[in-house]
Write a protein that binds this ligand. Sequence first.
Ligand code: NAD
Length: 467
Amino acid sequence: MSDFKLLIGGKLVAGDQTMDVINPATEEVLAKCPRASKAQLNEAVAAAKAAFPAWAATPIAERKKALGAIADIIEANAAELARLLTQEQGKPIGDATGEVYGTAAFFRYFTMLDLPVKVIDDSENRRVEAHRKPLGVIGAIVPWNFPLILMAFKVPPALLAGNTLVVKPAPTTPLATLKLGELIKDALPAGVINFITDANDLGGELTAHPDVRKISFTGSTATGAKVMAGAAATLKRITLELGGNDAGIVLDDVDPKTAAPQLFQSAFQNNGQVCIAMKRLYVHESIYDEMCDELAKIADAAIVGNGLEQGTQLGPLQNKMQFEKVKELLDDAKKTGKVIAGGTVPDQAGYFIKPTIVRDITDGARLVDEEQFGPVLPVIKYSDPEDAVARANASPYGLGGSIWATDLDRAYKLAEKMESGSVWVNKHAELAPNIPFGGSKMSGIGTELGEEGLAEFTQLKIINIAR
Ligand code: NAD
């Protein structure tokens, strides 16, 4: 495959350089992909800047129409996009198809929102109105675990608000994004959206660019901190959706057999490479052994393989660096806990790790304290739920968390004490375009999705008239 192009100023162009994209299920080169130069990044920003005044002045009804048209295009090309996504990202084709349709749904959701003028005071002495104005050029930086849907957390609200964009996918998963750029090229005026790629070398440039007004970033906490520092000199707005180490806490009134499949899914979907995956599981001592056994059974039965093959439930890790990182944490966990399922790396090409359950492990072990972002779950025993919440909160991260219980009042009281942007009860990692999403502590700054997420792509402007 080699027919991928950047989209700059409404034109599909070759990169000044190229780079290989690897299929993580085979370790073979999947495609030659364009790699933008710094000059091309500057062209993309200039195109977005030039397109901004007209797009900002376009009636919101027209902008909504464009978002709807993009959703239609995504759905009409779902099969091709999903196949590319599986090949570059590794996820099973069913999951990739779900991601593509989800992406379309996120575009469609934002066609239903508006940015009405809010009248704050309309009295004898004055009329005060709050307007929501677009910011200008937005830089959207996306990671490799959900290349399309995480892009759709940013692009539709930014466009709806009247901004223009430069979108940069992760170097290891640029293909479905570039294909999308090609497909939607004519759905928007030239320059309103631009797609560039890099080899991890242009994110900093985009962040520092004086003509970019905001960076909407999803990725690791370490890179998020660089974005924050890089945005300071030009006082850019930033939204940072970063790493997490979500805890799930299972109370003593839960039936392990019933809950285990859902707990497994919460931890292992997308092979654990989800910012809000359940990354450590605290289980009450009275049901601990049974829960460990149930989880191990499910892990043992899971089908791991190439995402294009029928029946595959878990694909490979997305890239070699992540593969090595998870293997290192797994090796360490073998010393600090007891592996009761998986724990092995199949002797074949591809970045595969068998889904792994580690029991008799506790806080202080690397697998518990760090974000593994892979298919290895530590299951930790506790006796006092208040103590479990305190241990869940004793983390620099605060993205998500969950309480699992039959007694919902008890669960609710504990949910209130969790220090995270989202807390679920009897589920984990549910996201929807109308539910605001964001992290506390080192999991991020700001909010995406919902009306609050849309507002972050605007500048609040007050008009205050004397009477
Ligand atoms: P990463 O931080 O390595 O990369 C993310 C993006 O940032 C990529 O596009 C990369 O090219 C770019 N980048 C690299 N250096 C940059 C710089 N100096 N300035 C600006 N951009 C730069 O993250 P990753 O490894 O691709 O993704 C995994 C991480 O993302 C995990 O920690 C995960 O939890 C997190 N994540 C968070 C969310 C969320 O919504 N909170 C969602 C998905 C993933």
